[in-house]
Write a protein that binds this ligand. Structure first.
Ligand code: BEZ
Length: 211
């Protein structure tokens, strides 16, 4: 059965470009971004891993550890990484899991046989410090992911984790957020000292609390 939001991200041990790693131990108290790519030495994947490396400061700022996976062997990952670095003018500084026996890909339901029997789709799992899955995304092999959107979702998830707020459609950093329905009107002044606007009784907005 596929993994659902709120499930504990399955633990595993894996060979990676940074050595043997035990997933939960490696995550520690950080947030995690686990994302799969269909195959090494392919064009879209080369841009995606490069983009992720270029955004490494952004992930670090948010206390997110990044890890990529495909069903290619370690030797292939190691030969491919210099190409990613060269093409994207960056340094891949996160581990790539070598999942030749597809154990982890199957554990995370990353192989969708009607798309490809042999390789993973482009899956994304964002995992909280509690090891629970906070977001899943599935993209086809032909569509490179939007890593700015992944950062935006992380910002939203972290705001929700720290304050009782949600984010509206197309929300961007610095824009007003939504007070969750669990907060009663009596609690607004204490919890949201910057003020609350009632658009509707059930739609209450407030300036972003951490700005
Ligand atoms: C790519 O990364 O370019 C790719 C991988 C598998 C299928 C199609 C494209």
């Amino acid at each position: 059965m596929s993994l659902r939001l709120g499930d504990i991200a399955p633990d595993f041990s894996a060979e990676t470009t940074q050595g043997l790693l035990h997933f939960h131990e490696w995550l520690g108290n950080s947030w995690g971004l686990l994302f799969s790519h269909p195959a090494d030495f392919t064009p879209v994947c080369t841009t995606e891993l490069g983009r992720t490396a270029l955004l490494s400061d952004e992930f670090k700022k948010r206390n997110v550890k990044v890890i990529a996976i495909s069903v290619d062997p370690l030797e292939s990952h190691e030969r491919w990484v210099p190409d990613i670095n060269e093409v994207n003018q960056t340094v891949v500084n996160f581990p790539l899991i070598a999942d030749g026996d597809r154990k982890i890909a199957e554990l995370y339901d990353m192989i969708h046989p009607n798309a490809s029997e042999k390789t993973t789709v482009r899956s994304v799992f964002i995992i909280g410090p509690d090891k629970k899955i906070k977001l899943t995304l599935t993209y086809p092999a032909s569509t490179g992911r939007n890593f700015n959107e992944i950062l935006r979702v992380i910002d939203s998830l972290q705001l929700t984790a720290n304050y009782q707020v949600a984010t509206p459609a197309d929300w961007q950093q610095g824009e007003d957020v939504i007070v969750t329905p669990a907060v009663t009107d009596d609690q607004l002044e204490e919890k949201f000292p910057k003020g609350v606007t009632f658009v509707k009784p059930y739609l209450r907005t407030t300036p972003q609390p951490d700005k």
